[in-house]
Design a protein around this ligand. Sequence first.
Ligand SMILES: [Ca+2]
Ligand SMILES: [Ca+2]
Length: 432
Amino acid sequence: MKKKTVLFASCLLGTLAFSSCEKNLYDESKQPEKELQMKDLDIPADFQWKLTQVSETTVSSTIPTPTIVSFFLDEACSEEEKLATIPVYAETSSLPLSIPTYAKTLYAQYKNGSGAMIKATMPINPDGSFSLSINDNNNTTSRAVTRGHDIEDDIDYDKWEGVIYHPKNGWGTIMFEDQFPSLGDYDFNDFVVNYKVQFEVGKQKGNDYKSKQIVIGLRLKAVGGIFPYSPYLKLKEIKKHEAEVEMINAKTRKPLEVKYVDNKKNYLIIDCSELIKNLPKGESQYFNTERGALVSTNDLPEIIITIDLNVAKEVEEILEDDKFDLYLKRNDDGTEIHMNGIEPVGYKYPFKDSNLLPVYESDGDEEDDNYYFSKERLIWGLRVPGNVAHAVEKANFLKAYPGFWKWATSSGKNEQNWYGQGNADKSLLIYN
Ligand SMILES: [Ca+2]
Ligand SMILES: [Ca+2]
């Protein structure tokens, strides 16, 4: 862009003959364009690199008995794109859902009083909110439902029978660059993990939906870095003593030992290094980032963590980005890498590093949102609400996903579905 402006300006100056100006332009077009690099991007100062938002949503029903409603991101209402299946009661309740920023419409499916399947389309407001009101105007049906109401009402209000998915019923992906505090090469494949969270939810009259059991699936997709990093999961809204935790190998269903990380604030932090044990790397020094040493989807290590809470918690508290903190810690020197805006657990953050965004202002106030931002506002960890293909070793991520730089430089306003809109360069990506 800049070069064009310069050429245009020199034409206007009139010091060059028209023909020579044209020649310059011609020569310019013959030069191979310099490949855009992550560090060249002009990232707006307010950009937080978020691809989901937690919606403030209300659901209500005029039917006295609870109606089971499923919410989807796609019009076809496919299982992979399901966000929740929950009972909606005859009162207005707020329902927290984590919604990709690209989504403009949500779809709901439920059976009305007479048993017919209803499909509702709900526009999502710019702040992520939407509302669903279930109305049953069929008199015959209403009477039939009312008759059963007295018996069923009390039972259903205490049942734990809904599920809220995060980011959806299908996988989400967390990708890391592993050279913190230095900028990496931004192939964004140095550590790649799929995640999937299910909140078992219930609701008592007058309250919001709460969860007593949380089931988390984690699957290792790639390790395209050589530093000895291990993955950990911190759940900021849950203290260690508030939960019973079990972990199993998803393939063999065999129980695994649950190891915790002690920390001053007593957060529940679970050691997930089981994921990187005995990785089958083949001829490669990496795991699943080189064409000659690809790993089949069935062979990706996968664990399931089940968290039973002593006391039910509101789902919204756990959904927010910094409350589900999957992070890396280096086994040798303790370096931690978190998503931007998250404070490390035990690692001494390099506050004085001038290549990082200052966390403390000159008056000593802490800008805690500034953790893990480079001075250019680049990041080391990115969470995507879909099963994103990762780049092959040393590939330029901006080439693999042409929409990515437009998303980042527009502060997340454009190309919000850069990872799922089908214009990716498949030759640079690995699909599992
Ligand atoms: Ca890298
Ligand atoms: Ca790499």
